[in-house]
Design a protein around this ligand. Structure first.
Ligand SMILES: NC(=O)C1=CN([C@@H]2O[C@H](COP(=O)(O)OP(=O)(O)OC[C@H]3O[C@@H](n4cnc5c(N)ncnc54)[C@H](O)[C@@H]3O)[C@@H](O)[C@H]2O)[C@@H](O)CC1
Ligand SMILES: [K+]
Length: 504
């Protein structure tokens, strides 16, 4: 599992090391990790190290210090290094080491701005070490001007030191201008802002360099499951399993206008290993569901009269179909774990429960928050995804999964997950219906199994968020597998889910 922390958590952890006088040691480890990462990138791109050019943009704090020490190490390995001091001042020891290693120093002024920009744009590698976890807001003054111009000039490889300057380490909010990095080398542990959009967008690949503070870190602010976690959490069925023990999912989805959503949600649930799926809905949609998936038991019954272990409600619901909307409300009110998607979101009560998982995209989350009195529009949600999803979980008391390039999950117990295994090709109609099906299948199978989570180190209260994150990961992996770098349909995503589960 990748554990990510707020800047404050990291700084508090580092404080005891600084109080003990080992801050300089930590900085050396950070710089060494950064320099090595640059070397690996150059070698990976089959570039010669000797004579390659590197420009470090160094602010006046410790982030700049890391950058200067790293550049000094690179200078000693024969790279042509330039430091652009964006704030006039610089970390004194870092600057001294850089000068001693033979690096060239440019103190940024309005007069040499154009020259400094051109030099940075022409260099093979740019290290962004202007602001780190000590930043208050974004870049200002000459540093902002330089980064703005450099962004337009499309520089070579950009490596961010700890975090792209201007990205908030706690929330992932980006204060423009931010230089988009291909790689972020981050120290001690990942920062939460690197795993939440838009910060994740600017960070590129994230590489964590251990610096020796790790044992002192508190409970993470944000987690990301990796393949090994999924293998452990997605236990295979027991030898004597039967369809009921494998999980029975009830589905209230689809309408005459959007019948395909019901089919895709059901397909997603079957692909993710539901023991049985019971569909409730209008006869014309039920006919289509039966034709597409003969495994599914269809009826026009009520929620109370249907025996299931979990519910999936909302995908493709029509807001004029009162009978379906009532079924969705009954399911959410049943006390059973329920995934509520699309059409169900505006139909449910404002306050729900943790075992109800809401799955909005940014626009739907904005509408949900507006209904709850929070004046955020879609753009504001996209600019601050982690804060938005946290607020929604707090206000609704439900678990909220925000769909996007990075999928975020927040539970009302303040557990947060971030998964990003998908591909932009998955932004296609029906993809969310398949995700709802995968969540539904996992809810039906694992939702009641408190011991399963406790044995694997997950607080049983937090299992709803964990299930949503597991499903997002499976869905993302299936989409990437099916896409293989090209267009993909929702059906193909669903078809790839069993292969992903097989390899877990
Ligand atoms: N504290 C430690 O033990 C370690 C810190 N490390 C590095 O230190 C960084 C944090 O260092 P600092 O606390 O010095 O903070 P930063 O280097 O992030 O920057 C803070 C400095 O910039 C100024 N500043 C803040 N916001 C600004 C803005 N918007 N525009 C212009 N100037 C601004 C501050 O007044 C301060 O002088 C980490 O990101 C990491 O790179 C690493 O060396 C590892 C060890
Ligand atoms: K930085």
């Amino acid at each position: 599992m990748i554990s990510a922390y707020t800047g404050t958590q990291i700084r508090e952890t580092e404080k005891s090391f600084l109080d003990n006088g080992v801050g300089a040691v930590l900085m050396q480890r950070a710089a060494y990790g950064l320099a090595n990462a640059v070397v690996r990138e150059l070698r990976g791109g089959r570039q010669r190290l000797y004579g390659a050019s590197v420009t470090v943009l160094a602010g006046k704090g410790n982030n700049g210090g890391d950058g200067l020490f790293a550049a000094a190490m690179l200078a000693r390995r024969g790279l042509r290094t330039t430091a652009v001091l964006t704030a006039g001042d610089a970390h004194p020891e870092g600057l001294a080491a850089f000068k001693k290693a033979g690096g060239r120093v440019v103190r940024l002024t309005p007069e040499n701005m154009a020259e400094a920009t051109a030099a940075a744009a022409a260099s093979g590698v740019v290290i962004d070490a202007v602001l780190g976890t000590g930043a208050q807001g974004g870049l200002r003054g000459p540093a902002a001007e330089l980064v703005e111009a450099l962004g337009r000039a499309r520089p070579g490889l950009v490596v961010a030191c700890d975090i792209p300057s201007g990205v908030d380490a706690d929330t992932g909010e980006a204060h423009a201008p931010v230089l988009r990095a291909e790689l972020t080398v981050t120290f001690g542990a990942a920062k939460a802002g690197l795993l939440a959009d838009p910060g994740a967008d600017f960070a590129g690949r994230v590489q964590v360099v251990p610096i020796g503070i790790e044992a002192g870190l508190p409970w993470p602010a944000l987690c990301r499951f990796e393949a090994g976690d999924l293998s452990a959490l997605l236990a295979r069925p027991e030898r004597r399993a039967h369809k009921y023990s494998r999980g029975v999912l009830g589905v209230v989805a689809g309408s005459s206008a959007y019948p395909g959503a019901a089919v895709l949600a059901c397909k997603g649930a079957l692909a993710a290993g539901a023991g049985m799926v019971r569909y409730l809905g209008p006869p014309d949609v039920a006919d289509l569901v039966r034709q597409a998936c003969p495994e599914i038991v269809c009826s026009a019954g009520t929620v109370a009269g249907t025996h299931v272990q979990a519910w999936l409600v909302g995908s493709g619901l029509d807001d004029s179909d009162e009978q379906q909307l009532q079924r969705a409300r009954d399911a959410a009110d049943s006390g059973l774990p329920t995934i509520a998607d699309a059409g169900a979101l505006p139909a449910l009560p404002d306050v729900l429960a943790p075992q109800v998982i809401l799955t909005p995209h940014a626009g739907e989350l904005a509408s949900l928050l507006q209904r709850l009195g929070v004046g955020l529009d879609r753009a504001a949600v996209e600019a601050s995804t982690l804060s938005a999803v946290r607020r929604a979980a707090g206000l609704t008391e439900a678990t909220v999964l925000l769909k996007g390039a990075t999928t975020l999950v927040a539970s009302p117990f303040q557990d947060f997950y971030s998964q990003a295994e998908g591909t932009p090709w998955m932004a296609t109609a029906g993809s969310g219906d398949v995700l709802a099906g995968v969540i539904g299948a996992l809810l039906a199978r694992l939702g009641a199994d408190v011991g399963h989570f406790a044995e694997r180190g997950i607080d049983p209260d937090a299992r709803w968020g964990a299930i949503a994150a597991m499903a997002a990961s499976v869905h993302g992996r299936a989409g990437s597998l099916a896409s293989a770098g090209g267009p993909v349909t929702a059906s193909a995503i669903s078809d790839a889910v069993p292969e992903v589960l097989r390899t877990m």
